[in-house]
Design a protein around this ligand. Structure first.
Ligand SMILES: Nc1nc2c(c(=O)[nH]1)N[C@H]1C(S)=C(S)[C@@H](COP(=O)(O)O)O[C@H]1N2
Ligand SMILES: [Mo]
Length: 197
């Protein structure tokens, strides 16, 4: 009886791991290529495409309201890490600071180093998505995407661009780096949207 009680009160982790994924306790670094060197005095995040062009400095980010978020992280190469602690600016709050053309349907994330990845606008505008500046209460280490990465917890982690420096709004979908190379345009882990096809 107690056994049952304990079992039901313990957090049920089994249903937090999407099909085909394995848990990891460490936090692997997964980068195509090398970690870009970023000079913070020149750092910027640029909004462009079907939006009024706007460039944000690092200081601009410090002045925005930030929230804490704990989320699970699922890499398409089959590792998942639970309860990753982030802090950052909600995408929905950031959207109040920019002007996007109502015709926009998609966003292409751009990173220092040339990485890109695409999202449908409705996947970008989720409550839990943040422009993250901190990881486990410290500034995000360079290899994990600092100073700023986008975090899109409901999709595979390749959609969470490290070293984010641009958001390009478009009407037609523009595929990103992995998407051009055969990965799924959306990448929803519970549906195992790994590859296109
Ligand atoms: N700029 C950039 N962002 C990126 C990648 C990358 O190679 N370059 N890799 C993606 C992939 S495949 C994953 S799983 C996660 C890994 O994040 P981590 O290195 O912090 O674990 O970052 C994603 N964002
Ligand atoms: Mo990944």
């Amino acid at each position: 009886m107690f056994d049952k009680l304990f079992k039901t009160s313990a957090p049920d982790r089994t249903n937090r791991v999407p099909p085909g994924q394995n848990l990891t306790n460490g936090f692997p670094v997964l980068t195509y290529g090398s970690t870009p060197r970023i000079n913070m005095r020149e750092w910027q995040l640029k909004v462009f495409g079907l939006a009024t062009v706007k460039e944000f400095t690092w200081q601009d980010f410090q002045d925005m309201p930030q929230i804490e978020l704990t989320a699970d992280f699922h890499c398409v190469t089959r590792w998942s890490k639970l309860d990753v602690q982030w802090r950052g600016v909600r995408v929905l709050d950031f959207m109040k600071l920019i002007e996007v053309d109502p015709k926009a349907q998609h966003v292409l994330e751009h990173s220092y180093g040339g990485y890109t990845t695409n999202l449908a606008l409705e996947d970008f505008l989720k409550e839990e998505n943040i422009l993250a500046t901190s990881l486990f209460k410290e500034p995000i280490p360079a290899e994990h995407g600092g100073p700023l990465r986008l975090l899109v917890p409901h999709l595979y982690a390749w959609k969470s661009a490290k070293w984010l420096n641009g958001l390009e709004f478009t009407e037609q979908e523009k595929l990103g780096f992995w998407e051009v190379n055969g990965y799924h345009r959306r990448g929803e882990p519970w549906a195992e949207e790994r590859y296109s096809g």
